[in-house]
Write a protein that binds this ligand. Structure first.
Ligand code: THU
Length: 151
């Protein structure tokens, strides 16, 4: 199956535009006084629930957390462990998102923990009608995951 067919198959029951809208709303809550960069994310659980998150920075810098991990942490802490997709929007504060904000390496690995890399869809969006689709496996090939530890 080529890339387009594979993504088309994975994205079937995913409300792409609703996820992007949710991520855009979440981005408004970003706490990013240091970088001035605002990110919003929305994850879809296997049960079709949506959890959102924003980036939250810290004066000590290293405790900062990305929007994607905020969203995943909220969902996991509510008991949801399997996910189908994530939408991500990001860009400098107060500007419309005219760039595609890809997830950082740490967030890719955290998504990997709770997703099948061949099925999970990453939606990197500038807005509701302008987005790119990837499987997690494309963004994190040959990944290390729970199976390596026998889980
Ligand atoms: N950021 C995210 O929220 N997600 C990413 O995947 C990349 C970076 C945030 C972290 C920090 O608050 C700001 O963007 C600049 O790096």
């Amino acid at each position: 199956m080529d890339k387009n067919n594979k993504i088309t198959a994975c994205v079937q029951d995913i409300p792409v535009q609703e996820l992007i809208r949710s991520a855009m709303e979440a981005r408004k809550k970003a706490y990013s006084p240091y970088s001035g960069y605002q990110v919003g994310a929305a994850v879809l659980t296997n049960e079709l629930r949506i959890y959102t998150g924003c980036n939250i920075e810290n004066a000590a810098y290293t405790p900062s957390i990305c929007a994607e991990r905020t969203a995943i942490s909220k969902a996991v802490s509510e008991g949801w462990h399997k996910f189908k997709a994530i939408a991500i929007v990001g860009g400098p504060k107060n500007e419309t998102t005219d760039q595609y904000a890809f997830p950082c390496g740490v967030c890719r690995q955290v998504l990997r923990e709770f997703a099948d890399p061949d099925q999970f869809v990453v939606i990197v969006a500038r807005n509701e009608n302008d987005y790119k689709l990837y499987t997690l496996g494309e963004l994190l090939p040959e990944s290390f995951g729970p199976k390596n530890l026998g889980f």
